[in-house]
Design a protein around this ligand. Sequence first.
Ligand SMILES: Cc1ncc(COP(=O)(O)O)c(C=O)c1O
Length: 411
Amino acid sequence: MSHTMLSSLVPAARDRAGDDPIFQLNAEARRRAASGESILNATIGALMTDEGRLAVLPSVLQTLSECHSERTAGYAPISGLPAFRDAVLATLFAGDPLAERSMAVATPGGTGAIHQAVVNFLAPGQKLLTTSFFWGPYRAIATHAGRGIETFRMFDDDGALDIAALETGLKRQVDQQGRVLLVLNFPCHNPTGYSLSDEEWREVAQCVNRLGARAPLTVLIDAAYMRYGGASELSWMEGARAMLAQATVLVAWTASKAYTQYGARVGALVALHRDAGELAQIENALGYTCRATWSNCNHLGQTAIARMLTEPALRERSGREQDALCDLLQRRVDAFNRHAERAGLPVPRYDSGFFVAVFSPDGAETARVMRGRGVYVVPIEGAVRVALCCTPEADVPRLVEALEAGVAAVR
Ligand SMILES: Cc1ncc(COP(=O)(O)O)c(C=O)c1O
């Protein structure tokens, strides 16, 4: 644009990066593959079959196609279909009495739930707190809403969650902004693959309660990959129960990964609070944000997912299909861990999930060296992110060899 032309965009909206860098890398990988090169593309954030197609749940596709009606052509209620909202709570809490202290509103995926949390639990200018490795869009969601982001060192010298750094971060925010929104993406943290142990959840809860006594403190558990957490799927719940002594607990729930419906934009923000009056206030605030942001969410999607969550035959069928996808992913994770250990790759504990990080002092250079071998991963600060969700088990040895070379190049 010539410097004499006046932009009508407000300054904050100018010079934005148009395309997500991950989509750019993905596009380059596809171009090279289309020209006949042998390319291993481990950048995609969706679960793919070994044949390179999007993994889908046939039961969900069938239910979606059956749910089209005049009714679903109409608007859904602002805060979501009651059947959907109830079904999310019943599924998430799996019979635990914690459900009695909770409510949910529908959101467009986990992204909408995170937006809801940011605008209702931080004032303009304040910053959310999260781990030093984090899902990049947290920054965009916070910045776009006039809020910001701060991080604490994620791993201590033993490779466990750095509780001391968490405590320091919480203290700083209590002192400086008088309120905290802590975002924890466990189990199956994106981008590192880390899941908290029961003991780590306990320690986080103790730390939250110590600081929650001094200022309003909200913990948002981003549960995007919870269904793939295996043994860790329910371990957040004891932590949440303990945190309710002092804090508000939120869960960003989404059908994107668990029901392989990334495009349906079906999710929910679940809120938990010890006080019923406060919970009612939160419900009103979240409903107001729905109305003011996206009005209401996908009616067809909520109808279909509510059926998946509640009708016994559909629950059983989709549960079996989900288990098969978890097994597919787990075989890749196990193969990765075997090869990575043999190669001595610097990786965090990786029990399950779509991604793992491989540490590197120069992630950009590591990824560049790997691209020279036709292998695509996503460079991040201090690591590269490797998407096992789109890497066939048979390609894991090639992936690890390229990682070895990429890490060795910057040592
Ligand atoms: C860590 C994390 N949180 C939240 C989301 C939100 O996904 P969606 O908005 O599709 O539910 C994603 C999706 O990639 C994610 O990786």
